[in-house]
Design a protein around this ligand. Structure first.
Ligand SMILES: Cc1ncc(COP(=O)(O)OP(=O)(O)O)c(N)n1
Ligand SMILES: Cc1nc(C(=O)O)sc1CCOP(=O)(O)O
Ligand SMILES: [Mg+2]
Length: 220
């Protein structure tokens, strides 16, 4: 049994499940209502990501999501900006290749904060992230992504081959309830999803279908 991940505000974060990532929605009331539906349905983690907002709106939206996440005991991770995560007392930050040094973020974030790293389709990035103190490693895109059409392509071997790093493995990119089971079978601990949840006709039902993928992974 793997140990739980820390999240300094939400207690121990679940190591497996659905990692919902917010869509670009600048209507804060609507965003909160959409996220409430998804958390109530059982998403294990939330990442606040909004590429269409200015810094002031990002801070307002992230701050407004925090009590919602606390209520559902779900860690709130801030995309791109560890300073914003620290400023609002979020549970952690997710950084990609354009978002600054992982080691600097690790050193600056409070103890217990969760630091996630994008590793795309590159095992050596995952090794570097582990050495820099990341708490999880994310690979993608496993399928064509409506949100990020130009994302690099990742294969299942990355999930298998990174097991030895001993960190939770996150899969991202075009994941739907219909294509997710092989990812779980290959070792994905968390499925990170934007459109498959937030663009679904019934987001709560979509969340439950993702959770089902952890009950009976495909044999491959
Ligand atoms: C869980 C997770 N994995 C990967 C990403 C992508 O991060 P990045 O490459 O920095 O791209 P943007 O999301 O910033 O466009 C992520 N956000 N979350
Ligand atoms: C933000 C992001 N990062 C990716 C990567 O491959 O690193 S794919 C992606 C988009 C995920 O959204 P959707 O679930 O709608 O495909
Ligand atoms: Mg980023």
């Amino acid at each position: 049994m793997n140990p739980p991940i820390c999240g300094h505000g939400s207690g121990h974060a679940s190591r497996r499940g659905l990692y919902a990532i917010t869509p670009d929605d600048n209507d804060t009331a609507r965003l909160l209502a959409r996220v409430e539906t998804v958390l109530a349905a059982g998403a294990a983690w939330l990442q606040y990501r909004n590429k269409a907002a200015d810094p002031a709106l990002r801070e307002r939206q992230a701050s407004a999501l925090l009590p919602l996440c606390r209520h559902h005991r779900v860690p709130l991770i801030i995309n791109d900006d560890w300073r914003l995560a620290a400023a609002i007392g979020a549970d952690g930050a997710h950084l990609g290749e354009d978002d600054g040094e992982l080691a600097a973020a690790r050193a600056a974030l409070p103890e217990g904060a969760i630091l996630g790293a994008s590793c795309y389709a590159d095992l050596s990035l995952a090794r570097g992230a582990a050495a820099a103190g990341a708490d999880y490693i994310a690979f993608g895109a496993f399928f064509p992504s409506p949100t990020k059409p130009n994302a690099r392509n990742a294969g299942l071997d990355l999930l298998r081959d990174s097991a030895s790093l001993g960190l939770p493995r996150v899969a991202i990119g075009g994941i739907t309830p219909d294509n997710a089971r092989p990812l779980v079978a290959a070792g994905a601990d968390l499925l990170a999803v934007i459109s498959g949840v937030f663009d679904a006709a019934d987001p709560a039902a979509a969340v439950r279908r993702y959770l089902d993928c952890f009950e009976a992974p495909a044999s491959i």
